[in-house]
Design a protein around this ligand. Sequence first.
Ligand SMILES: Cc1cc2nc3c(=O)[nH]c(=O)nc-3n(C[C@H](O)[C@H](O)[C@H](O)COP(=O)(O)OP(=O)(O)OC[C@H]3O[C@@H](n4cnc5c(N)ncnc54)[C@H](O)[C@@H]3O)c2cc1C
Length: 439
Amino acid sequence: MSPIVKRIHSDQELPAKADVVVIGGGIIGATAAFFLAERGLSVALVEKGHVGGEQSSRNWGWCRRQNRDARELPLSGIALQAWDEFAAKIGEDVGFRRCGLLYATDNPQQLAEWEAWRELARPFDVNTKMLSAKEAAAAIPAKGRQWLGGVHSIDDGKGEPAIAAPTIANGARKFGATIHQECAARGLELVNGAVAGVITEKGLIRTQAVLCAGGAWTSMFCRQYGVLFPQASVRQTALRTRPTANLGEAIYTPECALTRRLDGSYTLAISGRAMLDITPQGIRYARWFMPMFLMRLKAVQIGIGGSFFHGPEAFARWNSDTTSPFERMRVLDPAPSRRTMAAILKGVTKQFPALKGIEIADSWGAYVDCTPDAVPVISPADVKGLYIAAGGSGHGFGLGPGIGRLAADLVANDTPCVDPSPFRLSRFVDGSKVKVGGI
Ligand SMILES: Cc1cc2nc3c(=O)[nH]c(=O)nc-3n(C[C@H](O)[C@H](O)[C@H](O)COP(=O)(O)OP(=O)(O)OC[C@H]3O[C@@H](n4cnc5c(N)ncnc54)[C@H](O)[C@@H]3O)c2cc1C
């Protein structure tokens, strides 16, 4: 079942032309549309379902620099600053709060990894503090646990997935962007190998610049034009409680993660626990994902199901005159795993007795789109005028405004806000070693 997400209206008329067409109304597409429109370009955002309907409303909302790969640290600073500024620029709360994030563990190896990460992050001016066993116990008083230590990432925060992408897309509209929902992009019109338009189910928009920010569907869309984007999705599960006792804003323990929402409810989940469905796309890109798969073997369950035949990783053929796979599945809404739900509730109620008997308002599944190195792709593709911004790899919500900002810089041919080379698509084919990033 889909989680609650704010609904925004669509613009009636599809524009005949635009400086830029953004495909996909998740956090990346919405923020890219915002930054492009803010600098005076005409922008049309097309979304096959409703804005924020897929990953961007299904996540925990953690917006962090903590535990990020060094390649992402400069961009994560840009992202947090953008989160800070949206409310004033848009005139509406997007739900972001700099509440700090708390982590505790009794696993010595995990604690050592957090400690080592601080060294890596030192040149990037990240405000984070290691917690002693006593400090961790005071910060996260979990029943029956003796923490070895923890981390307080002081300047990090959390956003509100139920409202962020729709509110930011509406903000883009204030700068002149148009928003078109239930309007799938079926393909591109190419002239002499360069983008000349986007063919949507509602008609053609002429443009010379397209940003594909289609989340889990990006690889399938781009493959039509011979663009190879190794992408794989894993299925995760989360729950939402009804408003309840306040245990803290954002808490990580090895058995559960709790994130308090603005209405006093909690999003509950387990970090890293995922299902990997075998799919035609998964088989196609298996060799790129082998290093990550081997690293995360213990946390991943393998399965086979409907996603082999339907959805972003299925085998599909279509042409621009007929219904595309994007229209056949307006919202990617996999079932939550009952086993994971039970494990989450067990972990939460055992450690936090105040939540015993907690009422669950909602539960959902979601596909997390990943790249082989867990670093997003923000890059031109090998088709003139086509750009890609996708592959959030389970941490693209917090980084989303940074990804959107860098994508806008590249599309508009402005000076990039950070060095874009770590995010180039060609790293997967130019002989570079795949180094799986982050913790
Ligand atoms: C359970 C869970 C917990 C997570 N926790 C966190 C967290 O705490 N912090 C964090 O930073 N990240 C987290 N993430 C990851 C984060 O949610 C994603 O990385 C991020 O939301 C990806 O945003 P996106 O815009 O790329 O994709 P999406 O939000 O999936 O948006 C893509 C959009 O493109 C549309 N689309 C696709 N193809 C087409 C087409 N052809 N035409 C028109 N529209 C199209 C889709 O309908 C969709 O709405 C979590 C994810 C999950 C599932």
